[in-house]
Write a protein that binds this ligand. Structure first.
Ligand code: NDP
Length: 487
């Protein structure tokens, strides 16, 4: 039998890789190594969920003085100091990265600050020159934001860049209508940036419940976001002169002729241009924005790892093809998280990592359960969702829809127009709740708990048997007596 340097070599120190490494080492007693070329913590901790959520908190203070006045407080909004906030934010990220490093160290995982490539089914080559053999290799390299393939796309930034902006722009154009586009539209709007958003489709947040999408779009507009649907960017160029506001009819600057071809995802994120950008849109408008943010999707980090050379199959976007146990076509190599482009969420990558350890190191083959994953979009208001949208459920079987929309007590008292929505999609045949959709402040917290009931297979009658907690917004979830519509 061949002797390996390690039982497991993990490539990638993000949420999925770190969890798998430390559980394999700490709980299953495996000899484990992990290589990370960038910062420990990965997208979620360093340039995703965590800094994004802290920015959501920062942006929400903007509405406080208005509300506070109705509650008898004299409060005025001072200036938002980006430098102070981002300094604090980066210190927090440094702390969290340290936590991730020590979690690995305390579990006995050997870590390498290097880029790893795969040489054969059991060999990992590091950029430091070292190479190691391992019985199993786990690829958990995540994904990266991509720019559309248009000339001068390098003039725009991507989500990774936001946390490193030297100052907040006065105006931003956001391209896209997915999670990242909508969340940053709300965050930047809350921080006082003039936000314009172009989405090429008919409604933002494709794939989510239609009614919830419509409600969020309405609120985003009410809060001042200039949202254009059915609109895309056609051309962009450095703007001439010193323009910082969106002004119709401005002409592109001299660099237009140079028309740098976007190498899209290959661009280093720090490579972006600083200075105003002239944009021509599919609706005919021409405007100048201080910053253009592409939130046009993410691709798996699977290139230049040596994968195709050893027979690992990649899909159209570069995702590593795996089976339900996260095993690739090379039996000793597994892949989890965004690099497999299944459900690209941190807790899912963590689940996949745990299932991998169960399967490979604990002798308990565990397929990953991707059914009924609750999730949230941190727009303002938030959306929390689990299960089928009304549209998908109707296409599947006869359903009853229970839905209520109302002005919540807290903001209604302050005279604000905000509305919230609670919705249950119920199977007429089994009475099971097939989908639950919440648009409300705190919807993410609510859906986590509603998700337990839905995952357990709760029926509408189970919801009805539950006594309301009063006065709350979520009590409406258990007090909707008659269907709003049947289909
Ligand atoms: P999404 O895939 O959610 O959205 C990409 C958006 O860009 C879509 O609106 C898409 O339009 C649009 N788009 C794609 N290509 C182009 C193009 N060439 N020109 C114009 N528009 C284009 O990706 P995100 O980057 O927003 O997020 C990536 C993933 O990260 C999410 O799917 C999610 O899994 C995860 N995430 C989760 C969060 C959370 O849980 N709260 C927060 C942030 C990210 P169309 O709809 O027409 O395809």
């Amino acid at each position: 039998m061949m002797n390996f340097d390690y039982d497991l070599f993990v490539i990638g120190g993000g949420s999925g890789g770190v969890r798998a490494a430390r559980v394999a080492a700490g709980e299953a007693g495996a000899k484990v190594a992990l290589a990370e070329e960038d910062r420990y913590g990965g997208t979620c901790v360093i340039r995703g969920c965590v800094p994004k959520k802290l920015m959501v908190f920062a942006s929400e203070f903007a509405t406080l003085p208005g509300e506070a006045a109705a509650y008898g407080w004299d409060m005025s909004l001072g200036d938002f100091d980006w430098t102070r906030f981002s300094g604090h934010l980066n210190a927090e990220l440094d702390r969290l990265e340290g936590v991730y490093r020590s979690l690995l160290k305390n579990s006995g995982v050997d870590t390498f600050d290097a880029r790893a490539t795969i040489r054969d089914a059991h060999t990992v080559q590091l950029s430091s020159g070292e190479s190691f053999t391992a019985k199993h290799i786990l690829i958990a390299t995540g994904g990266h934001p991509v720019r559309p393939d248009i000339p001068n796309a390098h003039l725009g930034i991507v989500s990774d860049d936001i946390f490193h902006l030297p100052k907040l722009p006065k105006s931003v154009l956001i391209i896209g209508g997915g999670y990242i586009a909508c969340e940053f539209a709300c965050i930047l709007n809350g921080l006082g940036v003039e936000v314009t958003q172009y989405y090429r489709g008919a409604q933002i947040l494709r794939g989510f419940d239609d009614q919830a999408r419509g409600m969020i779009a309405d609120h985003m507009r009410e809060k001042g976001i200039d949202l254009h649907l059915g609109t895309n960017i056609l051309e962009m160029a450095p703007a001439a002169g010193d323009h910082h506001l969106s002004v119709d009819g401005l002409v592109p600057g001299a660099a237009m002729g140079a028309s740098v071809r976007a190498s899209g995802d290959l661009l280093a994120t720090s490579d972006h241009h600083e200075g105003p950008v002239w944009v021509k849109a599919s609706n005919g408008s021409q405007q100048v924005f201080e910053t253009v943010l592409f939130a046009t999707g993410r691709d798996p980090n699977s290139r230049n790892l040596g994968l195709e050379e050893i027979g690992i199959e990649l899909g159209r976007r570069g995702e590593i093809r795996v089976d339900e146990y996260s095993q690739t076509a090379v039996p000793s190599i597994y892949a989890i998280g965004d690099v497999t482009n299944r459900v690209n969420l941190t807790p899912v990558a963590i689940r996949e990592g745990m299932a991998f350890v169960e399967t490979v190191f604990k002798g308990n083959p565990t397929p990953v359960d991707h059914d009924l994953i609750p999730s949230a979009v941190f727009t303002q208001p938030e959306m929390g969702t689990v299960g089928l949208s009304e549209e998908d459920a109707r296409a599947q079987e006869p359903v009853e829809i229970y839905c209520t929309s109302f002005r919540p007590m807290r903001t209604a008292f302050a005279g604000q127009p905000d509305r919230v929505m609670m919705k249950l999609v119920v199977s007429r045949a089994t009475r099971r709740v097939l989908g639950c959709h919440i648009v409300a402040p705190g919807a993410a917290e609510m859906i986590q708990l509603a998700g337990i009931a839905v995952k357990m297979g709760a029926t509408k009658e189970d919801f009805d048997r539950t006594v309301a907690v009063h006065p709350t917004m979520s009590e409406e979830m258990v007090t909707m007596r008659s269907p709003t519509r049947t289909a």
